[in-house]
Design a protein around this ligand. Structure first.
Ligand SMILES: Cc1ncc(COP(=O)(O)O)c(C=O)c1O
Length: 394
């Protein structure tokens, strides 16, 4: 039976990773892979995470099943992290949180849930968006449509075009929004723009699905969630997919959460029972370890403070690099947008041929779309990267 299958072309990101690994030049620079890197180019385990793991190892007494919703302690800690400690939504019983295998698991379970509610659901995604949104949502059977988001000339949000297109969405359509640190562009909505989007969504009866994969890496844990929280306060129903991969550095532990906001507590209770049944039929229950780490960190004042300090350090490092990079590129053109954007990613706005030249001549690796991971820079390599860019742009 398997002989009917044809090989898929290799994944371009994995190919890029392999080419980087095989490049023997000592001064090569990886700006391609979307993971946080420290000054030495490593993706370290956070100290608070290490300490939580040590405590867990000492205190763990069972490996028995956890259930489809995962850990209740993790879920309530995530609700507060995302919606805010004093969120009236949490008190109202209109929200439910389930632990998922990463942000991807949350996106997919959210999509399966939407299909159960309405089999012909249309979801509007930004152009551009994170490439994996398409298979995660489309693979669940949702119809994907696109709204313009980034102006390719200015590399800034084309807000008028976004609103104009969303005006054409129909009641019951879903709008996927990036909570902060838009991937791949780094161009985020301002709070007033979030407010305009919230009114449009409310007026037209659309359903927001917010992907929150980088909370704490834009401007901080609270400001990064401000748009999402405003929206949650305005609309009757909403979905949020959160990831702990980046802000806790738990990538391979597959830790995330899906938040469901319903019109009433009664509706929420029925909806949650359906969501749990969907989870049961896909992977039964989520892996425990990463969520236990997050629960331990968020539940202990000392560890939480240490984690917040480390996260602030990561966020500030990225902001510093954004400013230094924009400044180093000032003689070649207007790259100020890099300093204004948030999170790990920005487009350089250069052609695939220029991207290739950077890789071949200088050992500087970025995605073919010219998306760079700013966290892959550091003060030592930055002048050389800026010089190489100047050269290919000349
Ligand atoms: C925009 C976006 N959403 C979701 C995710 C999901 O991350 P994970 O499944 O690793 O938690 C990522 C990871 O790169 C992302 O960039």
């Amino acid at each position: 039976m398997f002989e009917v299958l044809k090989s898929l072309p290799p994944d371009p990101i994995l190919q890029l990773m392999q080419a980087f690994r095989e490049d023997s030049r000592p001064d090569k620079v990886d700006l391609g892979i979307g993971v946080y890197k420290d000054d030495a180019g490593n993706t370290p385990i956070m100290a608070a995470v290490h300490e939580a793991e040590r405590r867990l190892l000492e205190g763990e007494i069972t490996k028995s099943y956890v259930g489809p919703a995962g850990s209740a302690g993790f879920n309530s800690a995530m609700a507060e992290l995302i919606l805010g400690v004093n969120s009236p939504l949490i008190q109202s019983g209109r929200t439910a949180v389930v632990q998922t295998p990463g942000g991807c698991g949350a996106l997919r379970m959210g999509a399966e849930f939407l299909r159960l509610c309405k089999p012909d659901t249309t979801v509007w995604v930004s152009t551009p968006t994170w490439a994996n949104h398409l298979p995660l949502l489309g693979g669940a059977g949702l119809t994907i449509r696109e709204y313009p988001y980034l102006n390719p000339q200015t590399l800034q949000v084309d807000f008028d075009a976004m609103l104009e297109t969303l005006e054409r969405a129909e009641a019951g359509d879903v709008v996927l929004l990036h909570g902060c640190c838009h991937n791949p562009s780094g161009a985020d909505l301002s709070l007033p723009q979030w407010k305009d989007v919230a009114s449009l969504i409310q007026r037209k009866g659309l359903l927001p699905f917010v992907d929150m994969a980088y909370q704490g890496l834009g401007e901080g844990l609270e400001p990064d969630a401000a748009g999402l929280r405003h929206l949650a306060g305005e609309v009757p129903e909403m979905l949020i997919a959160a990831s702990c991969s980046k802000n806790f550095g738990l990538y391979r532990e597959r830790t995330g959460a899906l938040v469901l906001v319903s019109g009433t507590a009664t509706i929420n209770s029925a909806a949650t029972s359906q969501l749990l049944s969907i989870i049961r039929s896909h992977y039964s229950m989520p892996p425990a370890h990463g969520a236990a780490i997050v629960e331990t960190v968020l539940g202990d004042d000392g560890l939480r403070a240490r984690w917040q300090d480390e996260l602030t350090g990561m966020c500030e490092r990225i902001l510093h690099l954004r400013h230094a990079f924009a400044e180093a590129l000032a003689p070649v053109g207007d790259f100020d947008f890099i300093a204004r954007q948030r999170g790990m990613f920005s487009f350089m706005g250069i052609s695939p041929a220029q991207v290739n030249r950077l890789r071949e001549e200088y050992g500087i690796y970025m995605l073919g779309s010219s998306r760079v991971n700013v966290a892959g820079l550091n003060d030592r390599v930055l002048p050389a990267v800026a010089d190489a860019l100047r050269d290919v742009l000349r």
